[in-house]
Ligand binder design. Structure first.
Ligand code: NG6
Ligand code: CA
Length: 501
């Protein structure tokens, strides 16, 4: 009797074990907005402490040569979703809040790949890839196509950036908490409705707009925005609650799908402008509202991981934490980011920042954790967000049809730390392109300002070719183009070849 009992117990154990082995892992991609390489203490920040993200890094792999495709948001997000370099496609630059959807609905996307593999897919947070078929759209009915038509079963988003109208959430196809008797109208060309603008009424602003940057159109919650909007008063978000709203929805999605494999794309708004964190974070960092917003981001990660643990999902959940482009201090508001920097270096050891073709434009933090499955450590492999789609296709044993995700490479062995070898070639994208191979970086010549004045960031644009040895000179201080004309020719040729593919 006892024997039979033990025998079946072992069998049960073995079966359970098989089940656990074959269970598809949940995947959460956390995408910060404008968070720099040097903004986290696990990446060397000393003026700011980010214990929750640091914990992820401690349990996972921290990449030191990871990239967004581009030094701004929309193109990087386009690449992450589609596996195509954004500079191949017109109209993938920073979008206004009323733009039409730019993600093709008939091609493989990162979420549609997961969906095909049997996952529940959701996005919570910033979208910034356009909505609807055209600019002129009715925000008061179903707004589509959007995330739900590009692979997400569930979406809770805001359309563009926190500094652009409409300042509302959409859940699936509809604006949340909209009073139909107060319809929303959005216009990026001329003023609509009677709400005051920052230009006419600067005295109403609780966060001062920076001169010459254009954040002085419709005022919502005492903050001047880009673009004009009227109506939708009950639907307008409260900036201090933005992040908590996203966290709550993300946690809800995880809870609702805890018995089913899920893919969650959690796109945070921090530390993008306007930085207006919850009251409990204000003044916490000593570095102004930008630092406070990063502390809020870090707290959010802590809350999320706590919930995953409480649901018993830690060992079966892959978390990737990364950012869409490099850092910027004054991106339109006088919020203390410049005046209270106190020696903090958001760009880490790199040159440039958001908008720039220098390294700090696209070199971003990237952490992957999968407790029990991925051995913790640090990786110097060169990886790029455009590679997520092929890498996850590998994990999910899915094939991507020819022609889809054309620039994506399977980096799964690098991402899981089994190899230190990542991409051999990467194209970086600012106002011009650059190419990196074997630590050589060539920046193509271009025309434009050397300094993006209002944001005070070096553009990296030069009419002369630039060549840097990133191994010896990560700060891109010594242009070696004159010393190595053959390298310049070789990389310029290679860049041209890839561009014409
Ligand atoms: C810029 C905005 C900036 C920010 C950025 C988008 C001006 C002068 N500046 O055009 O404030 O909104 O677009 O940031 O309008 S991103 O991270 O979404 O790319
Ligand atoms: Ca961004």
């Amino acid at each position: 009797m006892l024997k039979i009992f033990f025998g079946s117990g072992i069998l049960l154990f073995v079966c359970l074990n098989c089940f656990a082995q074959t269970k598809k892992p949940n995947v959460i991609v956390i995408y910060a907005d404008d968070l720099g390489y040097g903004d986290l203490s696990c990446y060397g920040a000393t003026k700011l402490h980010t214990p929750n993200v640091d914990q992820l890094a401690k349990e996972g792999i921290r990449f030191t040569n990871a990239h967004a495709t581009s030094s701004t948001c929309t193109p990087s997000r386009y690449a992450l979703m589609t596996g195509q370099y954004p500079w191949r496609k017109q109209g993938t630059g920073i979008l206004p809040g009323d733009a039409a959807l730019i993600i093709p609905t008939e091609k493989t996307t990162l979420p549609s790949l997961f969906r095909k593999a049997g996952y529940q897919t959701g996005i919570v947070g910033k979208w910034h890839l356009g909505l609807g078929e055209q600019v002129e759209k009715n925000w008061n009915g179903e707004v589509k196509p959007g995330p739900n038509e590009t692979g997400f079963d569930y979406s809770f988003i805001f359309p563009a950036t926190a500094d652009r109208v409409p300042t509302v959430f959409l859940e699936n196809h509809n604006v949340v908490a909209l009073d139909k008797s107060d319809p929303i109208e959005v216009n990026y060309k001329e003023k609509v409705g009677n709400d005051p603008t920052g230009l006419e009424h600067p005295e109403l602003l609780k966060l001062k707009s920076s001169p010459g940057q254009g954040h002085n159109q419709t005022i919502v919650n005492g903050i001047g925005r880009i673009g004009y909007m009227s109506g939708g008063h009950t639907a307008r978000w409260t900036d201090e609650e933005l992040s908590l709203t996203f966290l709550t929805k993300a946690k809800q999605f995880i809870r609702d799908n805890s018995k089913h494999p899920f893919f969650l794309y959690f796109t945070l708004t921090e530390p993008h402008v306007p930085r207006m964190p919850a009251t409990m974070f204000k003044d916490k960092s000593g570095l102004g509202l930008r630092g406070d917003a990063i502390l809020q981001l870090d707290w959010t990660i802590g809350e999320l991981t706590k919930q995953i643990a409480s649901l018993g999902l830690t060992g079966n959940t892959i978390i990737i934490f990364t950012s869409d482009n490099g850092p910027v201090l004054d991106d339109g508001y006088q919020d203390g980011a410049v005046t209270q920097l106190h020696g903090h270096t958001p760009w880490g050891p790199f040159r440039g920042g958001k908008y720039s073709i220098f390294e700090a434009g696209t070199r971003i933090p990237w952490i992957i954790s999968w407790p029990g499955k991925i051995k913790p450590g640090v990786s110097t492999a060169m990886v790029c967000q455009v590679d997520m789609i092929q890498s996850f296709a590998h994990l999910l044993k899915q094939t991507i049809p020819d022609g889809d995700a054309p620039d994506s490479e399977n980096m799964w062995t690098a991402l899981t730390g089994k190899s230190q070898k990542g991409r051999s070639i990467l194209i970086e994208h600012g106002n011009v392109l650059s190419i990196v191979q074997n630590n050589w970086k060539y920046i193509e010549p271009g025309k434009g300002p050397k300094l993006f004045g209002p944001v005070n960031i070096e553009s990296g644009i030069d009419e002369q070719p630039q060549l840097y040895d990133l191994e010896e000179d990560p700060g891109e201080k010594n242009n070696l183009a004159a010393q190595h004309p053959e390298k310049v020719r070789e990389l310029a040729g290679l860049l041209q070849e890839i561009r014409n593919k």
